[in-house]
Design a protein around this ligand. Structure first.
Ligand SMILES: [Zn+2]
Length: 377
């Protein structure tokens, strides 16, 4: 599929120009950002942004769609590489990878907060609760999905929604918002119990729309904004993730003990599973806004570390010249997929703010947790 087919020549001429200019302009700007990065500032707040399925080519497609920028990713102070393979496969799923980032242990694909031998390693939610540090989780899919789930739940399988809901009600993350209302009310998942009522009885403030969420600071907050997954950007505006992050930052900004937030651009993965480059760009636009919001917060709040990464690559995306003979002039870019599933490519880690330098290296995805634990807990 060739994207940016209209005015291709014009756009590509601009890109070539940009490339020529970037050699002169981008490098010194990057050096300045890196120098600005605080080296020994104590980490008080951690914002972890996960682009589900977001490989380097997804970021590059986003950059090309913006005529090479500047995007939020261009602001990163350090860039590292995360090796994402799981305990039982070189290609991970979201459950195994999120478990690793939330607990520091690799596990089998499909398992959530649980190791192959059935043990339940301590997760970031439990560490935060023990220290009285508020945790916020935001997903553009649904709140029980594997990526947010790994931060508060232990289940033998990511599809064991009742177990995951019981764990979330017991752990009480300060903020948990996204879609997925039907899992809390449909007896297929609940066994007949209304899990929203149960959450409210346990002390949660329940919100049914983003607007209700933006008007409350009464934690713990459970926001279920749609029956299934929250819609993809193609059906709404692209501000939700940044808005939800900014409101969570407003609430947590009053915490003397700091905070931990994980916000996920969940549908980047789904667009790539569908091999849909146009949707992928829309989802990247939303994620980019959230990354900018997090970096802006770090600029104005000392002790804030922002880590932007992915759980795995989806789609096996490669970027080919529109005309297969790239020795000729520009003829657009061809976003090409090699699979409807995930791939084993490592993913990048973009970091910013306090101790960001610690993520500027090649690392196992287990080390993302290890560093967060060492710095925050
Ligand atoms: Zn996926």
């Amino acid at each position: 599929m060739i994207i940016f087919a209209s005015e291709t020549f014009c756009i590509m001429k601009k890109i070539v120009l940009f490339l020529l200019m970037s050699a002169l302009v981008v490098s010194p700007a990057f050096a300045r950002e890196k120098e600005k990065a605080p080296k020994n500032e104590k980490v008080k707040n951690v914002i972890l942004l996960i682009g589900d399925g977001m490989g380097l080519a997804h970021v590059a497609t986003w950059m090309i769609s913006q005529d090479y920028g500047p995007t939020a990713f261009d602001r990163a102070q350090f860039v590292g590489v995360s090796k994402t393979y799981s305990a039982n496969n070189r290609v991970t799923d979201s459950a195994a990878s999120a478990t690793t980032m939330a607990t520091g242990h690799k596990t089998n694909n499909g398992m959530l907060g649980m190791l192959p031998d059935g043990t339940e390693p301590e997760n970031i939610g439990e560490l935060a609760r023990a220290k009285g540090i508020p945790m916020g989780l935001i997903a553009t899919s649904y709140v029980l999905d594997a990526t947010p789930g790994a931060f508060y739940a232990h289940a033998a399988n990511r599809g064991h929604f009742k177990d995951i809901m019981e764990d979330l009600i017991a752990l009480k993350p300060a903020v948990l918002v996204g879609g997925g209302r039907r899992y809390f009310t449909d007896e297929k998942y609940t066994g007949g119990e209304n899990m929203i009522d149960k959450a409210v009885q346990a002390g949660f403030t329940y919100c049914e729309t983003p607007e209700q969420f933006y008007e409350t600071e009464a934690t713990p907050i459970l926001g279920l904004f749609s029956e299934g997954s929250y819609p993809m950007v193609i059906e709404r505006d692209s501000d939700f993730l940044a808005d939800a992050l900014n409101h969570t930052l407003d609430i947590f900004g009053k915490s003397k003990k700091g905070f931990f937030i994980m916000a996920e651009g969940s549908h980047i993965d789904h667009a790539a599973h569908a091999n849909n480059a146009e949707q992928m760009v829309f989802e990247m636009e939303e994620f980019d806004k959230a990354v900018n919001a997090a970096f802006d917060y770090a600029d104005t709040h000392k002790g804030t570390l922002v880590i932007v990464t992915a759980d795995h690559e989806t789609g096996g995306v490669t970027l080919l010249s529109g005309d297969r003979d790239y020795t000729k002039g520009e003829s657009g870019i061809n976003v090409t997929y090699s699979t409807n599933g995930h791939s084993g490519s490592p993913v990048l880690i973009y970091s910013y703010g306090a101790s960001a330098w610690k993520f500027g290296r090649v690392m196992e995805n287990t080390a993302i947790f290890d560093q967060i634990k060492e710095l925050l807990f």
